[in-house]
Design a protein around this ligand. Sequence first.
Ligand code: MRU
Length: 353
Amino acid sequence: MAGCYDRGMLPTIAWDGDAIVMVDQRKLPATETYVTCRTVNDVAKAIKTMVIRGAPAIGVCAAMGVALGAARSKATGTKQFVTEFQRNCDLLASTRPTAVNLFWALERMKQSFAEGAQAGESVDQLKARLRQTADRIHDDDVESCRAIGRHGATVVPAEARILTHCNAGALATAGYGTALGVIRGAVEAGKTVAVLADETRPFLQGARLTAWELVRDGIDTTVITDNMAGAMMRAGLVDLVVVGADRIAANGDTANKIGTYSVAILAKEHGIPFYVAAPWSTIDLATPDGSAIPIEERSPREVTHVGTTQVAPDGAKVRNPSFDVTPAKFITAIITERGVYRAPFAESLRPAS
Ligand code: MRU
């Protein structure tokens, strides 16, 4: 897989025959190693342990995991095949709660399965159909990111210093990225862009992954610790903020990596536009507002340790919510593959639009 690098087209996840191969995002940037998943349990573990992460990427990964589970099934009759299919979907759905793309992708796989079953397809035909649907989800995600990039480029000035939080790049998607898709789209449109990447404690997706991707692309990148964002804005060093999203409620409230909310408030205070970039699969119209979005709480160890070094004393209590919700009132616009949506989001994001 290494060697197929193109701007923003990192090999996040791919088939290797009947197995799924993904770059191990826990090890970047120190080493570029790959994890091979041969069973649906391997795939669930990879999502849970952050080998692969980022809302669209885990949706794509779950869909491929369902196809992999089906391909490996020894079931001869439809009944057993259906039972296994359901069990695999349930297992993958239990991995991470916040990013709606995971559930969206599983729903698409279930729909595809139901259509095939309805048409009386054999087990082999169902296996082939699931693989095709997963591949479509993968390829559509790359297309969506490229369209987000094109739409997003229109809101970026000719010369822009852009702050981003976490990693919403090629690694967080099937390729190209959402927030980093906007940055890549602006560069491809001939704009001069410099990026400030929040390091994004505790998992350091900004320092480790965003900076790694952008440096590989030759884009001017400066890493800052999360607590520097306000000072940078006050010093007039930020023209706009663009972040990704894990779930966007019907009213525009947006769950994204912990710390996004603070960045949004800082941007508002300094009069800096704050954009959210996400594929339509991140919009959850069934969730009315941010208060209903489930927030994952991850292991305390991510906070008490940096790598293998302990930085907090034994006995201290720890909180580690992995996401926060940015109220819609702090969001200038939501950039999707369908275009740029502005407030009031409850109206602009409605299905007919
Ligand atoms: O915990 P992670 O690394 O999966 O969180 C990722 C984020 O919060 C991203 O900003 C979000 O998923 C958008 S990715 C295009």
